[in-house]
Design a protein around this ligand. Structure first.
Ligand code: MN
Length: 369
């Protein structure tokens, strides 16, 4: 089968699943404003790798498919989303949808992605309209990945691993955090990626105790560990890796927290699989860190789904009891952060399979203590 035909079929199947939900919830149509969902259900790309620009919305009814964008994207949208009727919508999205939706429509929308101002604009644009916030969880349709999606995530991961490998060899005492971040970002592009999927984190020494520090002008010293959290994007799909490295000599206290974090990760990787509740995986890693005496220093979730979004469902946290689904790609990223001293985080990407799991990472950038 030709690639375009395959892609068309994939999109058609996704729309079919969405239309089933539209029917079930008795909606006239569903409005998609989330960028990842827009791409998922239409194929329309038009955004930068960090997804900072919103350049269009979808309005899907049981008979029609509309893509509303502005003149900058009309041609690209028509090419990338051939199943959709592209509408050049200059000013008011509400006004444009009002023309398409008929009288007294019931319109579902993504509550997480529509501002209150937009909602008001919608209400003003219709004589009568019923707006239903998130009648169904559209994003959850993205949880289980297709083979093509898994291939794209894996390719993004390989690019990231290669860039990290180059940095592993190049990082020196005296290198700055921002140099290391730029080194990675540059290689993401050189190696065939679209760029970083999110702002690259490089945090050295005491700054590594801040789980999401932005890289700055700080120079890395010989006794500091550096937390590096980054991911290239490829064909729209994100990757996400964290490694902790040092250009110098690792001190005993650093070894200790590194070893505990790695053990926690391996324990979680051992039990993860289809049907295992997300919170159980989180608990295994969290308990290990707790029992080692560092329970107060691991505050964030153990992991999250990765796909078109860097962070998406399912979340691996202490409260999500949902069983993991086959085809999910999730991170396992325990950490220990000691205020004013330093921190360690290690992150692997895992695919949930019929029989268990497959760690997607292939790099060896771990210390073996
Ligand atoms: Mn992550």
């Amino acid at each position: 089968m030709k690639k375009e035909v395959e892609e068309k079929n994939i999109i058609e199947n996704r729309i079919e699943a969405l239309r089933k939900e539209i029917k079930e919830h008795k909606l006239t149509g569903f409005l998609i404003t989330c960028q990842e969902n827009r791409r998922y259900f239409s194929g329309f790309k038009a955004t930068d790798p960090m997804l900072t620009e919103s350049s269009g919305s979808l309005f899907i009814t049981d008979k029609k498919l509309y893509l509303l964008t502005d003149s900058r994207y009309v041609l690209a949208a028509a090419e990338e989303a051939p199943l959709f009727e592209v509408i050049d919508c200059q000013v008011s999205l509400g006004g444009a949808v009002a023309k398409l939706a008929g009288n007294n429509p019931i319109i579902g929308f993504e509550a997480e992605n529509l501002t209150v101002a937009r909602e008001h604009e919608f209400k003003r644009s219709f004589k009568r309209v019923e707006l239903v916030p998130s009648p169904m969880n559209v994003s959850s349709l993205r949880i289980s990945k297709s083979p093509q999606e898994i291939a794209d995530i894996t390719k993004a991961l390989r690019i990231t691993e290669k860039a990290i490998g180059l940095l592993w060899d190049e990082l020196k005492v005296g290198s700055t955090e921002s140099w290391a971040a730029w080194f990675l970002d540059r290689h993401f592009r050189d190696l065939g990626g679209e760029g970083p999927a999110f702002e690259t984190i490089v945090a050295a020494g005491p700054r590594a105790a801040l789980p999401h520090a932005s890289p700055g002008s700080k120079k890395i010293t010989a006794s500091e560990m550096v937390v590096i959290d980054c991911g290239a994007r490829y064909n729209g799909y994100a990757s996400d890796i964290t490694r902790t490295m040092t250009p110098g000599k690792i001190l005993p206290w650093q070894k200790e927290i590194y070893r505990i974090v790695r053990e926690a990760q391996l324990k979680a990787l051992e039990i993860i699989g289809p049907g295992v509740p997300a919170n159980v995986v989180d608990k295994v890693a969290r308990n290990h860190i707790f029992e080692a005496g560092y329970g107060d220093y691991f505050g964030h979730s153990l992991g999250h789904g990765v796909g078109l979004a860097v962070h998406e469902a399912p979340s691996l946290n202490p409260i999500n009891k949902k069983p993991l689904e086959v085809g999910s790609v999730v991170t396992i990223e325990p950490g220990i952060y000691l205020p004013n001293r330093g921190g360690v985080r290690l992150e692997q990407l895992v695919l949930i399979t019929e029989n268990g799991k497959k760690v997607l990472n292939s790099d060896k950038h771990f210390y073996d203590f």
